[in-house]
Design a protein around this ligand. Structure first.
Ligand code: S3P
Length: 185
């Protein structure tokens, strides 16, 4: 029996194609929780695929609605939430995350992200202008500081989503027992 009762939900952050959705779904199954994908909720709510929202309304608009949708989703309980790769680049988004949320950075190398992005079939507007591995590395590097605000990080380059999700459950259990053993908890 998994004991993670100190946590109300999980938030996954990380670069494009780092496996947030696939790992998130596995994690939700392991915990017996719901899964929510922020990009999918945005697409449903605004009736357009993310790439068309970028194209028709611009990135600034997308970031605004991403923050709005995020405000609704971060307060759900017993939910694993997969963010889009740019969600973490906002102080305001991080500040809205409730303290009982377990936050995880799924780490990939630029090569890993590139290969997965090529094979998973999603259209990613921010990869359109990327013409070399070097520029992808620069983009990832510039975002790493934001992703590192998560409480912990896991390597999501290797291993299947289920193995990675199991690793996250172990981290949650460890943290959970640490919190439980603190006086006054
Ligand atoms: C973005 C990542 C995408 C999506 C949008 C912007 C980003 O999500 O939210 O295209 O800024 O990194 P994934 O991380 O699921 O690709």
């Amino acid at each position: 029996m998994v004991n993670v009762d100190q946590f109300s939900n999980v938030l996954l952050v990380g670069f494009m194609a780092s496996g947030k959705s696939a790992v998130g779904q596995e994690l939700a199954t392991l915990l017996g929780w719901d899964f929510s994908d922020m990009d999918a909720v945005i697409e449903e709510r605004y009736g357009l695929p993310i790439n068309l929202l970028f194209e028709k309304k611009g990135q600034g608009y997308f970031r605004r609605i991403e923050s709005e949708v995020s405000l609704d989703l971060v307060s759900l309980s017993s939910t694993v939430l997969a963010t889009g790769g740019g969600w973490a680049l906002s102080d305001q988004n991080w500040k809205s995350v409730p303290s009982a949320t377990f936050t995880v950075w799924l780490k990939v190398t630029p090569e890993g992200a590139f290969n997965r992005a090529k094979s998973d079939g999603s259209v990613r507007p921010l990869l359109n202008g990327i013409d070399s591995m070097e520029s992808l590395s620069v983009l990832l590097e510039s975002r790493s500081e934001w992703y590192s605000r998560a409480q912990c990080s896991v390597d999501s380059e290797t291993g299947n989503p289920n193995d990675i999700a199991q690793g996250i459950v172990h981290l949650m259990e460890k943290r959970n027992s640490l919190v439980e053993s603190q006086p006054g908890s």
